[in-house]
Design a protein around this ligand. Sequence first.
Ligand code: NAD
Length: 346
Amino acid sequence: MNILITGGCGFIGSHFVRTWYNRHPEDTVFNLDLLTYAGNRDNLADIEANERLLDIDVRRYHFIQGSITNIQLLDALFQEYHFDVVINFAAETHVDRSIISMTDFINTNVGGVRCLMEAVRTHKVPRFVHISTDEVYGSVDAGSANEEAALRPSNPYSSSKAAADLIVLSFIRTHQMPVIIVRGSNNYGTFQYPEKLIPLAISNLIEGKKIPIHGTGKHVRSWLHVEDFCDAIDLIAHKAPIREVFNVSAEERTNLDVLEILTKHLKKDLAAHSEHVSDRPGADTRYSPDSTKLRTTLGWAPKRSLANDLPKVVDWYLVHQDWWKKIKEKKEFQDHYEKQAKGQWY
Ligand SMILES: NC(=O)c1ccc[n+]([C@@H]2O[C@H](COP(=O)([O-])OP(=O)(O)OC[C@H]3O[C@@H](n4cnc5c(N)ncnc54)[C@H](O)[C@@H]3O)[C@@H](O)[C@H]2O)c1
C-alpha cells in the first residue's frame, strides 16, 4: 500500500510515521509536511538514516516538503502515487498561539482540510483518517463527552479543529466519503515541541528555570501516551468502519498532578520550581472524552500509564538535551516563549 501521512514531522505525526514504517514493511510511507516552526526532520532521523542504507528502488519512506493547502501539489501527488490511505495530522496546534493570531489556524486546519477532502474525493482514495481533538467538545463540567456530544469549542485552535470536523462530516453525508474522524486527548511522549506543558516543564527544570503554570493548574485533561494514540490510529486505519467518529483517551489528571510526577522524578520540589501566570482567556477547565466506542468495537485499550511511563519520557528529555536545546535556542521559540511565560495574550 501507499500511505500518505501529512504533518509527519511533528510530534504525533513523526511517531505515527515510525509506527507504520516499522510495523508494515510491505507499505511505502509518504510524509507531506510544510516544516513550520513545529515541524522537525530530526524527529525522523533514524528512519532517514535507515533509508540511506537501502537502494533507491526499495526505499519505503519519502519526505515531501509542502502544504496541505496547495491543491495543485495535492493533485500531482495523488495522481502519481494512488494513495490507499491518507492520514491527516497536519495542523497548527498550540492554543496559546491561536489566541495571539488565528490566521495560520484557519488556513491550515480549515482550508487545508478542505483541500485534502477535495483531493481524496477527486482521486477516489478508499480511506481517509482525519486526526481531530477532544478540545472540539469544549469544557465538560460533569460526565464525559461521547462521539455524539455537541461540538462547543472555546478557543480559536479548537474552533478551527471543530470547523474542520464539520466540513469532514458534511463531505461524509453529502458525498458518502470513506472518512473516519479520530478525536484524541492530550498526548505526552518523546519529540514533543518544547512549548507544550510537559517538555517545557522538563527542559526548564534542567535549565534551572521555573515552570510557568497557567492559572491554578487545576485544569483536568485526559492524558494519553503518544504510542497508545498511534496504536489506536493504526488499528482504526486498518479495521474501523468508515464514516464513523472515534474518541481516544486515557487518564484524567490535573496539570498539577502531571507536574508532580515529573518534578518528583527529577527530585525537585514543584512549588519551589514553578510560578503561576495569568490563565488563558476562556480556558477550558476539564476535557473528558469517552472512548468506550473504540474500546468495545475494536478492543483498543491504553498499554501505558502516567505513573509508569511519564518517568521514562522525562528520562528521554534528559538524555536528548541536544534535540530540544536546538529548538529552544531559535529566535522563533524565544519570541513566543517571552509571551507564553508571562501569560501575555495580545
Ligand atoms: N498534541 C496533542 O496532544 C494532540 C491531541 C489530540 C489531537 N491532536 C492533533 O494531532 C495532530 C498532530 O498534533 P501534534 O501535536 O503532533 O502537532 P505538531 O504541532 O507537533 O505538528 C504539526 C505538524 O504539521 C505540520 N504542518 C503545519 N501546517 C502544515 C501545512 N499547512 N501543511 C503540511 N504540514 C503542516 C508542521 O510542520 C508539523 O510538522 C493535529 O491535528 C492536532 O490537532 C494533537
